[in-house]
Design a protein around this ligand. Sequence first.
Ligand code: DAH
Length: 360
Amino acid sequence: MLRPVVISSQDGAYFLFGGEKMKEQLISISAAAKTAVEACENEAQIEEVRVKYLGKKGELTAILKQMGGLSPEERPIMGQLVNQAKQELEALITDKKEILKQAARDEKLKAETIDITMPAKELKVGKLHPLNTVLDDMINIFQSMGFDVVDGPEVETDYYNFECLNVPADHPARDMQDTFYLADNILLRTQTSAAQIRTMENLKPPIRVICPGRVFRADEVDATHSPVFHQIEGLVVDKGVTMCDLKGVLEQFAHEIYGKDTKVKFRPSFFPFTEPSVEVDVTCSECAGKGCRVCKGSGWIEILGAGMVHPNVLRSCGIDPEEYSGFAFGIGLDRLTTTRYKISDIRLLFENDKRFLDQF
Ligand code: DAH
């Protein structure tokens, strides 16, 4: 038989039977909820706690559903107690949320603090590679003489690199240039002269172009040889172009790049795509022609090959050699750069060592 147990609630109410059990439950749920709120470390956790106790299916809400089992006298008292517990918990959660929010804000501000007394970060400004500096100068010089800049592919066909330049297969001149072949008839261009042909195929005279770019040869690597190097090809085709024009242009170029006291010497030479052909030397910029280590005592430095475009080359590009004539030249960019900056080893130009590049 059930004996009415009478206990006093906080506000002096009395409970009998079921009411007492509910009250105990209420007290233990409230205590557990308070502990859970205190343990929360962030807003997500506190929201979880809120749902667990105060949500639609929360534990405190569930208690109200047991009210049906209470006597009519107990119900309002218990209802009031549950509501009171809910309100207390809500207030606790609101306070805790505020505390956590404040803590998160403090943490963020602390992390974002800027120490304005710290030295500023060094600003790293990029620089041009010495090859590009010299190339830009050369382009400016030739543009001032009315030349346009054209481009050509680094992977070329045998036809453009040799055949059409009057160097048929088995021609001994092919041995002058050790070639990297990628496939039958496909190669890495050994000279920018290949661009002459493409230009003459695409443009009608008068033609006045330079074509700077990388070229490739299977040379042994040493202080003066690299399998990759750079040339600037020049081509002029028009009516009445003579060797004098070639001399004038190259002298002007040498004076601009090395200074107006520089002397220019044309030596007879041979290239299959020019007739006559010359190699051009300039007085050594290091010793002004007296002879030194750079020019190996000769006083001269060879800078380019040139000549009058061979009639066969003009013809194979559809230009009538009876009507038009032209000159061409191929300047090595790397030698020009190493002598200008007194760089003792050509390999330094290709190694991308920052300590080396930072000096320019
Ligand atoms: N292509 C030649 C070489 O790589 C240089 C050269 C010589 C270019 C004479 C020319 C030229 O255009 O006319 O050695």
